[in-house]
Design a protein around this ligand. Structure first.
Ligand SMILES: Cc1cc2nc3c(=O)[nH]c(=O)nc-3n(C[C@H](O)[C@H](O)[C@H](O)COP(=O)(O)O)c2cc1C
Length: 372
């Protein structure tokens, strides 16, 4: 099967085409719970694993860790995490992210593991509702922190880094004319709206060197149910700037929920990934309810994408890849695309405190308990 063919992304050899995408489950990275959770996805056969969206400040801000030594210590301690995932047979990268908050004074954008920080001001490309527009020095600082953060990701032993440019967060707001009404070089025409993403990639490349793979999760915009031509051009500009792989999701606006429900088709966002795949040379990842081997294999066979991101299905059944490879299909535990338990930690849905991260997998998020 094509699903089990290796692929090289810049210097990184991924053993198959299966990606566990970034999923915020509020478990951080530096504890045994996270080590067990992510290692289990590697043991189950996912070739490439991405961590949850992680504030750039976690990897770039000394103040968050009480000084340079503290940040260096955080980075050093992560080597336990990366080596456990490597021992379990997977590659692992961090998804770096800037939400819509900005540090105040010496504060930080997001403290530790929290997804929604209570520190920081709400910001946006242009003033919007309760958000104020970012200043040019602040934009420079965001670019710098992405670049510096990525270098620390590399230092911690990760295999790659992903820039979160989707799901209505700050970078996606810059590329969207509906939310970017700036009149300076970071707004206006498409070149201006793409500039933040492109500048981050260029700065990051300078910081991580020529070999380290940079992935970009692009929130593709759509028009009349088709990809918007701006997103095709943005993908090409990102490739020129030094991106090694494009992970195509949605903008997070409009009728498309980021995590589609069971009424939406399998391979939900293929119609966004496929046209991008046609205009770039770098590998493209598709996502959205790619829950069955038939759908996954057909996407690869038809050349609609080079890799498939399988999110919630691998929370439900981390051994999906191995079971497919060994043709043990009847053993697969299916994800119902309900987003109930998995959404609870990050989106504050009330569940009993000991609920697993998937109602169909009593061990989801409790893998470490099995180890003690
Ligand atoms: C609980 C939850 C948290 C998520 N967090 C992130 C995230 O941190 N970064 C990101 O890019 N996508 C995030 N996503 C989106 C997934 O990566 C994926 O694109 C989406 O769930 C569709 O894939 P699936 O149908 O295979 O789950 C999240 C999805 C879920 C269910």
């Amino acid at each position: 099967m094509k699903l089990f063919e290796p692929i090289t992304i810049r210097s990184m050899v991924v053993s198959n085409r299966i990606v566990y995408p970034a999923i915020q489950l509020n478990m951080g990275m530096n504890g045994r719970r996270a080590r067990a959770f992510y290692s289990e996805r590697a043991r189950g056969g996912a070739g490439l694993i991405l961590t949850a969206n992680t504030a750039i400040d976690n990897f770039a801000c000394e103040d968050l860790w009480g000084g340079t030594a503290g940040l260096n210590d955080f980075v050093k301690r992560l080597r336990l995490f990366t080596s456990e995932v490597h021992d379990a047979g997977g590659k692992i990268g961090v998804q770096l992210w800037q939400a819509n908050r900005f540090p105040q004074g010496k504060g930080v954008q997001a403290a530790g593991k929290e997804m929604y920080p209570d520190s920081g001001e709400s910001v946006a490309p242009s003033a919007l509702e309760d958000r104020r527009a970012l200043t040019l020095p602040e934009i420079d600082s965001i670019i710098y922190r992405f670049a510096k953060g990525a270098r620390n990701v590399r230092e911690a032993g990760f295999d790659c880094v992903e820039i979160h440019g989707a799901h209505s967060y700050l970078l996606a707001q810059f590329s969207n004319p509906a939310t970017n009404q700036r009149a300076d070089q970071f707004g206006g025409d498409l070149a201006g709206r793409m500039k933040l993403g492109v500048d981050i990639v260029k700065a990051m490349r300078a910081f991580v060197g020529p070999d380290f793979p940079i992935l970009f999760r692009l929130g593709a915009l759509e028009e009349d149910g088709k990809i918007h031509p701006d997103s095709l051009l943005y993908a090409q500009e990102l490739e020129k700037a030094g991106v090694d792989c494009l992970d195509i999701s949605t903008g997070g606006w409009g009728p498309n929920p980021v995590s589609p429900g069971k009424k939406q088709p399998m391979g939900t966002f293929i119609y966004l990934a496929e046209p991008i795949k046609k205009v770039v040379k770098i590998p493209v990842i598709a996502v959205g309810r790619i829950n069955t081997p038939e759908v996954a294999e057909s996407i690869l066979e038809k050349g609609q994408a080079d890799l498939v991101a399988i999110g919630r299905q691998l929370i439900t059944d981390p051994y999906w890849p191995l079971k497919v490879k060994e043709n043990r299909l009847e053993e697969i535990v299916a994800c119902e695309s309900c987003s109930i338990n998995c959404f609870a930690p990050a989106f504050e849905r009330k569940l009993p405190p000991d609920a697993p991260l998937c109602k169909n997998n009593p061990l989801a998020g409790k893998e470490w308990e099995e180890k003690v």
